[in-house]
Design a protein around this ligand. Structure first.
Ligand code: HEC
Length: 101
C-alpha cells in the first residue's frame, strides 16, 4: 500500500476513533487559551464565552458532535492541529463543560 494512503488512514482513524479519555485536558486548556478560542464566543454570548458550552440550546450533545464542532472551529482560528491536539481540546471542554461519559 502506498505510504500516503496509510498515513491518511492513520490520521483519519485517530481523529474519529480516539476516545476522549486519550485527551489531556491540561494541554487542551493551553491550546484553548493560546488560540483565543473564546474570542468569537465572548462576542456571540455578550460576555463570558464559556457559557456557549452550557447554553440551553447548545449545539453539541454528543462526543461525536464535539469533535465535529472542534474541526469547524479550529478552521475558524486557522489552526493546523494534530489529531491528538483536537482530542486534547475535546477532553478539556468535556471535563469542564459537557461532561459526556
Ligand atoms: C471565528 C470565530 C470562532 C472562533 C475563533 C472559535 N469559535 Fe467555536 N464557535 C463559533 C460560533 C459562531 C459557534 C456557534 C455555532 C452555532 O451556534 O451554530 C461556536 C461554537 C463552538 C462550540 C459548540 C458550542 C455549543 O453550542 O455546544 C464548540 C465546542 C466550539 N465552538 C469550540 C471552539 C474551539 C475549541 C475553538 C478554538 C480552537 C473555537 N471554538 C474558536 C465561532 C468561533
Amino acid at each position: 500500500m502506498n505510504k500516503l494512503l496509510i498515513l491518511s488512514w492513520l490520521l483519519c482513524s485517530a481523529a474519529q476513533g480516539m476516545p476522549l479519555t486519550d485527551g489531556r485536558p491540561e494541554f487542551g486548556k493551553k491550546l484553548f487559551d493560546h488560540y483565543n478560542c473564546n474570542k468569537c464566543h465572548n462576542k456571540k454570548m455578550g460576555g463570558d464565552g464559556n457559557t456557549i458550552f452550557t447554553r440551553p440550546n447548545r449545539k453539541v450533545t454528543s462526543q461525536q458532535q464535539l469533535s465535529a464542532q472542534i474541526e469547524v472551529c479550529t478552521k475558524n482560528v486557522g489552526a493546523d492541529l494534530s489529531a491528538q491536539e483536537k482530542i486534547d481540546l475535546a477532553a478539556y471542554l468535556n471535563q469542564n463543560f459537557y461532561k459526556f461519559k
